[in-house]
Design a protein around this ligand. Structure first.
Ligand code: SF4
Length: 282
C-alpha cells in the first residue's frame, strides 16, 4: 500500500491551473502552427498568426492566454493500492485549484447558485471533480480549464441505433455550425459516443483532455475522427469565424458500450486554447 498525501495533489493542481492558463499545451500549439502553415485564406492566415503571437506573448509575459480562464475540471485516476492521507481529498483538490487561481491572478468565473443568486465564489471553486479507481500505486491527475464561450455550444443527443454513423456525423456537424464564431475557432471538439445520457457527456469531456495529435486507437473511430475533421473544415467557418480552412484543429472521439436501444452522442465544443495538462504522482 502506497501512501500519497492529498497535499501533493493540492500542490500539483495549484501549479497546473496556473501553467495551463499561461502556456499553450504542446499538442494544441503544434496543431495551430500546422493550421497556419496550411491555411489558404489570407485573412484566416493572418488571424492564425495573431493567435500564435498571442500564445507567445502570454508565455513570455506570464499572463493568461485568454481573459476567460475557465472552470477547472479535474479527473483523478487513483490506484487501488494507494492510501490517500492528510485529509479530505475533495477539499484538497478545491484548495489546490483556488490557490492556483489566486496566485496566478486568474479570473474567478464560478458562481454558487446557478439559477437565482449567481454570486461569484471568488476563488473559482468548486471545480468539477471526477474520480476513477485504476490498478496500481499511482495517482494520475488531469486538469482542464474550460472556457464557456465554447462550453455553451456543446450538445447531447440521444440518437437511435438506426441513425448510425451518418446520424453521428450530422449531430457533430450541426453542433459545429451552430457554434460558429462563438466558440472561438479553430475548435477542438470532443465527441462521446455510447454509454448513457450522462456518461456520453463525460466521454466527450475526456476526449478534450487527450493529446489531440493522437488518433483514437480503434482504426474505425480514428477514421471517423479524420472524416469529421475534414467535414468540419469544409464548413468554411474558419479562424474566429472570419472564413477559411481551419475551423477545427482536431475532433477527438471516445466511445463506450451502450444499450441495444440507444446511441447517445455528446459533442463538447472547445476553442483554440483547449487547456489541459496531466501529471502522475507515485
Ligand atoms: S471560448 Fe476559449 S478563447 Fe473563447 S473566450 Fe472562452 S476560453 Fe477564451
Amino acid at each position: 500500500m502506497k501512501e500519497i498525501s492529498v497535499h501533493a495533489i493540492r500542490d500539483a493542481l495549484t501549479k497546473m491551473v496556473q501553467d495551463i492558463n499561461v502556456n499553450y499545451p504542446s499538442d494544441i500549439y503544434e496543431l495551430l502552427q500546422q493550421a497556419n502553415t496550411q491555411e489558404t485564406n489570407e485573412l484566416a492566415k493572418n488571424t492564425l498568426g495573431i493567435l500564435l503571437e498571442n500564445a507567445e506573448i502570454a508565455k513570455q509575459e506570464k499572463i493568461p492566454v485568454c481573459q476567460d480562464t475557465g472552470m477547472a475540471i479535474v479527473f483523478l485516476k487513483i490506484g487501488q493500492d494507494v492510501h490517500l492521507i492528510d485529509g479530505d481529498l475533495t477539499q484538497a483538490v478545491n484548495a489546490g485549484v483556488a490557490a492556483g487561481y489566486e496566485a496566478g491572478y486568474l479570473r474567478k468565473s464560478v458562481v454558487d447558485d446557478p439559477l437565482y443568486e449567481r454570486i461569484n465564489t471568488k476563488n473559482n471553486t468548486p471545480c468539477i471533480l471526477y474520480t476513477e479507481i485504476i490498478p496500481g500505486e499511482k495517482v494520475i491527475i488531469e486538469v482542464a480549464a474550460k472556457g464557456f464561450g465554447s462550453e455553451n455550444k456543446s450538445t447531447l443527443t440521444m440518437l437511435t441505433p438506426a441513425d448510425g454513423e451518418e446520424g453521428v456525423i450530422q449531430t457533430v456537424l450541426e453542433a459545429i455550425k451552430n457554434a460558429g464564431p462563438n466558440a472561438c475557432p479553430p475548435m477542438v471538439v470532443g465527441v462521446g459516443i455510447g454509454g448513457t445520457f450522462d456518461y456520453a457527456a463525460v466521454l466527450a469531456k475526456k476526449a478534450l483532455l487527450r493529446d489531440s495529435r493522437t488518433p483514437n486507437n480503434n482504426p474505425a473511430y480514428a477514421k471517423l475522427e479524420k472524416k469529421l475533421l475534414q467535414l468540419a473544415n469544409e464548413t468554411g467557418i474558419g479562424p474566429q469565424g472570419f472564413g477559411g480552412d481551419a475551423t477545427a484543429l482536431a475532433i477527438n472521439v471516445e466511445y463506450f458500450p451502450t444499450h441495444i436501444a440507444g446511441l447517445p452522442v455528446a459533442v463538447n465544443i472547445s476553442c483554440h486554447i483547449t487547456r489541459h495538462a496531466k501529471e502522475v504522482l507515485s
